[in-house]
Design a binder for this molecule. Structure first.
Ligand code: FAD
Length: 455
């Protein structure tokens, strides 16, 4: 018995009420788990028995093992049988309970739990069920995936198991049942043992109809307890009712999770509507494949301007805006991605605003802000100077740059080999040549004072 505590279990037990069943939400087929814990709070690798033949292909089993490295097997009804019991003993129980001292013995009692309460029913399985439902709820709200497939089922169970099978829970289960440390008084007073003692053929109390129960049961354990002291057939009926109740609870938990996820979606949509309302300006809906020049021409014809880049032939709703989209108008209005009010794929809104074309999904269209068309001034500046005074001039330019950008102008410049400064483009929407001259004045003044020619 040392180191051995299966729910129900016991491998090979013929008594259906003593099996542990967890439901896979996908098929409603029963899946049996063989769980075993040791008196020092250790849990052995579980055995998982799926119903049917679909897991017989090795690749499917391998897929499970990548999720959790357990012992997987199938049987026609999803229950254990003698063959599975022996395999589990050989592959899980014996290797994992091997004593450090070869001389020590191991004793397993396979008794169908008629003689003692078992530790896993006393704490661990209750928290396991609660954690499992929570994991299932999280999964449904995160993925909306329904039905839950077997891999997800295993994943949820693994997480729940990690939370429930704590050393403390296991050891307290052993203690409550009086199995370890051994306490005869504790064991004999345990409700499950009481039930067996009074159920003899002579002293059997009169059967009580279910309506006579003192209070309405609130959980499966209370339903099961209502069978205590009754005939084996009645106890089995209460056991079945308790299982059915658990099934209903599981469905209820799933429905709760669905309602929560729908509520979240509703809130999100409501928030989305509210966020959209503050912008009341003009917009343009641009399809994939439209070139920047085509969008700009249409905007201009309506006295408006759309944020685009240097190259008129880029796909404005394609790689350009999805990549962020720098623009001569960026100092004034922001990047091209900042103009997007809506992508046709709203779930990827933030990912598409700069995540890069082709990274996340196909964009069919986007809706962007338009701005009032205004005359735009442009300027260029270049100079070359072999002496170190060149770097003093570059410094003056860089110190002055924030002022130019803050004013709403855009600047593209390069520092080329041979102490050559080149500024091929500067744009100022709504300004004129004099405005730009004024903005660049600190640099041009320094050039003049140094006697360095510039264009
Ligand atoms: C001369 C020139 C000047 C440029 N100037 C600027 C500039 O001023 N500012 C700036 O930011 N960039 C500029 N660029 C860079 C340009 O924005 C990028 O090369 C951009 O990726 C071009 O997008 P495209 O859709 O035209 O190109 P494509 O080569 O067709 O696409 C680029 C990427 O986006 C993906 N993609 C295209 N359409 C879609 C769609 N509908 N849905 C999902 N993915 C899609 C493609 O699969 C690919 O991975 C310039 C490029 C050139 C050639």
């Amino acid at each position: 018995m040392a180191g051995f505590g299966l729910d129900s279990l016991v491998v090979g037990s013929a008594e259906p009420k003593k099996k542990t069943f967890l439901k896979g939400a996908q098929t409603r087929a029963w899946t049996s788990f063989i769980e075993a814990v040791t008196t020092d709070g250790r849990v052995l690798k579980p055995g998982v028995i799926f119903k049917g033949k679909d897991l017989q292909k090795q690749w499917f089993i391998d897929k499970f093992r990548r999720t959790a490295d357990w012992y997987y097997i199938t049987s026609p009804n999803g229950w254990t049988d003698n063959h599975i019991a022996v395999e589990w003993l050989k592959q899980v129980y014996l290797p994992q309970t091997k004593p450090a001292d070869e001389g020590e013995a191991r004793l397993i009692i396979l008794d169908g739990h008629g003689s003692h309460a078992q530790p896993l029913d006393n704490g661990v399985f209750n928290s396991l069920k609660a954690y499992y439902r929570r994991e299932l709820g999280k999964l449904v709200s995160l993925t909306d995936s329904r039905p839950v497939d077997k891999v997800n089922f295993i994943r949820c169970y693994a997480r729940a198991r990690e939370a429930a099978f704590t050393k403390q829970n296991i050891k307290s289960g052993w203690k409550v049942t009086g199995n370890w440390p051994i306490s005869r008084r504790q064991a004999m007073n345990h409700p499950e043992i009481q039930e067996d003692r009074v159920a003899g053929p002579v002293d059997q109390p009169p059967e009580r109809a279910p309506d006579d129960s003192p209070s309405t049961p609130k959980n499966s354990r209370e339903i099961k307890d209502m069978g205590a002291g009754k005939s084996p057939t009645t106890r089995r009926l209460f056991g079945k009712a308790a299982h059915a109740f658990e099934g209903q609870q599981s469905q209820l938990a799933e429905k709760d999770a669905t309602i929560a996820s729908l509520q979240e979606e509703l809130d999100r949509l409501k928030r989305g509507k509210k966020e959209k309302s503050p912008y009341a300006g003009k917009v343009m809906k641009i399809g994939a494949g439209v070139q920047a020049s085509e969008a700009q021409a249409l905007a201009k014809a309506n006295g408006l301007v759309v944020v685009d880049g240097d190259c008129p032939s880029v796909g404005i709703a394609g790689g350009y805006t999805q990549g962020g989209g720098t623009s001569p108008l960026a100092s004034k209005f922001g990047l091209a991605a900042d103009q997007v009010l809506e992508w046709d794929n709203s779930d990827l809104y933030w990912a598409l605003c700069g995540g890069g074309g082709g990274t996340y999904g196909v964009v069919l269209s986007m809706t962007v802000k338009l701005h009032q068309y205004q005359p735009t001034a442009g300027a260029t500046l270049s100079f070359a100077e072999p002496l170190d005074v060149y770097w003093d001039l570059v410094r003056v330019f860089l110190m002055n740059l924030p002022t130019i950008l803050d004013a709403g102008a855009t600047v593209y410049f390069q520092l080329l080999p041979g102490n050559t400064f080149s500024l091929p483009q500067s744009y100022f929407l709504g300004g004129n040549g004099q405005d730009l001259e004024h903005l660049f004045q600190p640099t041009t003044q320094a050039l003049k004072q140094s006697g360095i020619p510039y264009t």
